[in-house]
Design a protein around this ligand. Structure first.
Ligand code: DHE
Length: 515
């Protein structure tokens, strides 16, 4: 009788476990690291905006097996397959509401590294202008490379899932790094030490630094804002809600620095507008036509002068994304939503002036430019087709289409190199890297340094002598090539290295880099 009672109660227990609510499972097993609201804690946010980026092993297998070399344990034995599937589904449902994330909430997250003290001079012998940072997404670290000897001077932990290029202060001393969960990290290159962190958004896209180096703009999806931080102490200067002229909120796809204009340019994801935000404290907003009188409410909190952070709207026929800028920052090309056209906008007059046929989803943000037969041309890869488009920026025509071995993600060159490098990021030939002559527009070599592995993203040393290529795998490497002979000279083991950023090339806006 007793035995029958025990087995009956066990059955009830088992049944209740099998049907446990995923929200309860989340609260019991995940909330302590990922936050009660799923917006992150010591672990990353678990919301669709973040999880949509998960590549490789799917969500269920990460929950079941954990993540090697992280604090993420395996829940396979405790929860079983059905509850894990329900939990994974729960994590992919949008949040009912997004909490306020204004100046107060942001300020509460501000943290300074107690072990940091600012060095008076670089704590190393290497050329501080030839430092290259390697973002290692495999274990969320950055390696600081001496660009002459390729020695790793430091390797520091970043917030989880860094995205987009880190941004250097104009003197190259500090760098700011952003994660998809909206954390911004400040690192002092001279001291080889982290300075601090702040969470500027809940789900963020990228950052841009102002021409004078005083302000950092953070483009957010959640909430739909642009956060402006002081680079000195990471304090909040302003949180700008992003609301179209017609009163509809929009996510910010990306924010870019326009040095010649002394402004930030914003791509609005959901509304047919481009925003320009002044970073010149002396800009006279009315004279510049930066604001309409009915928009005064948007600039009421401007700290030091009327011009700083004044906003100008440029209305477009449809939302545009993923911008390439001409070197003088007079024009941008944005990708139209249909993934088949590029739209040219003249930023001075504030309107669209041309359209280009660019089928196969151009990745304009990776575009680079150079002189060809006295004309300024730009090249862009396509995310859905194995080709590169070469565009004449003097008359906005497609000069040539170069066939590649598959769709690519990044392009790179250097003023002193006759070649540009184009990866094949997707498909069976993802191990290929094309090297293309900038004048003949012919592929001169296709490198395959690690057959079967994804090989992507290139950065040059300051002098353009060496090209650094990522073997984009967990057990990966950065391969150093002689940029003239195209021979491999070094191989540095790295954990899934993604982007690489040379201080000099970035702070001088080298024509070979996407800005
Ligand atoms: Fe990126 C830069 C948008 C997916 C790695 N990516 C950028 C920038 C934008 C952008 C707007 C320029 C910001 C900057 O540097 O300031 N990226 C997008 C997308 O919209 C897209 C397609 C989808 C998404 O969910 O965001 C996307 N990006 C990816 C990836 O899957 C990549 C390959 C891996 C990852 O880290 O998520 C990736 N993106 C990068 C890198 C840069 C980048 C390494 C910086 C390149 C550089 O050389 O500056």
């Amino acid at each position: 009788m007793i035995r029958r009672m025990i087995s009956a109660s066990s059955l009830v227990l088992l049944a209740s476990l099998a049907s446990a609510e995923p929200a309860q499972d989340y609260a019991d097993n995940c909330a302590s690291c990922h936050g009660d609201t799923r917006l992150g804690g010591t672990g990353p946010a678990l919301i669709p905006e973040t999880l949509g980026r998960m590549r490789g092993p799917n969500l269920e297998s990460v929950i079941a097996q954990g993540r090697a070399a992280t604090q993420m344990p395996a829940f396979g034995e405790d929860l079983g397959a059905d509850r894990i599937a329900a939990l994974a589904e729960y994590l992919q449902t949008p949040l009912d509401s997004v909490p306020d994330w204004g100046p107060e909430q942001i300020a509460e997250t501000l943290w300074f590294d107690p072990d940091y003290s600012a060095a008076q001079a670089p704590a190393f012998d290497a050329d501080p202008m030839n430092i290259t940072l390697v973002v290692e997404t495999g274990d969320h670290h950055v390696s600081v490379l001496d660009g002459d000897t390729f020695e790793v001077l430091d390797r520091f932990e970043t917030p989880f899932a860094v995205h987009g290029g880190p941004k250097f202060s104009p003197d190259g001393r500090y760098v700011f790094i952003m994660s998809r969960d909206g954390w911004v990290q400040k690192y002092d290159i001279w001291s080889l030490h982290q300075v601090g962190r702040v969470r500027a958004g809940l789900n963020s896209r990228n950052i841009a630094i102002s021409k004078d180096g005083l302000h950092l703009a953070v483009a957010n999806y959640l909430p739909m804002t642009l956060t402006l931080l002081s680079t000195a102490d990471l304090s909040v200067e302003k949180v700008m809600p992003v609301i179209s002229k017609s009163g509809v909120k929009s996510r910010v796809s990306a924010v870019y620095q326009a040095p010649q204009r002394d402004s930030f340019i914003l791509a609005l994801k959901d509304q047919p507008e481009i925003w320009e935000v002044a970073t010149d404290p002396d800009a006279d907003p009315v004279y510049e036509g930066f604001i309409h009188s009915q928009e005064k409410d948007m600039i009421e909190a401007i700290p030091s002068s009327e011009g700083l952070f004044a906003r100008r709207r440029i209305e477009t026929a449809e939302p545009l994304d993923d911008f390439f800028f001409t070197d003088d920052y007079r024009h941008l090309i944005g990708a139209a939503r249909d993934g088949a056209r590029g739209v040219v906008v003249n930023l001075n007059v504030g309107r669209e002036i041309a359209e280009l046929p660019l089928p196969g989803m151009p990745h304009l943000g990776s575009g680079i430019s150079w002189e060809l037969d006295g004309r300024r041309v730009m090249a862009t890869p396509h995310l859905k087709e194995g080709k590169l488009s070469i565009i004449d920026t003097t008359d906005w025509t497609v000069l040539k289409t170069i066939e590649t071995e598959g769709p690519g993600f990044f392009l790179r060159s250097h003023e002193d190199s006759p070649y540009f490098w184009a990866d094949v990021f997707f498909g069976p030939n993802k191990d290929a890297m094309h090297v293309i002559d900038k004048q003949s527009l012919e592929i001169v070599r296709t490198l395959r340094p690690e057959p079967g592995a994804t090989v992507a993203h290139v950065e040059f040393t300051r002098d353009g002598r060496y090209a650094l290529v990522s073997v984009w795998e967990d057990d990966g490497a950065v391969i150093v090539y002689d940029a003239a002979t195209l021979e491999e000279v070094r191989r540095l083991p790295m954990r899934k290295p993604s982007g690489k950023y040379n201080v000099w090339n970035k702070i001088t806006f080298s024509e070979g880099t996407s800005h």
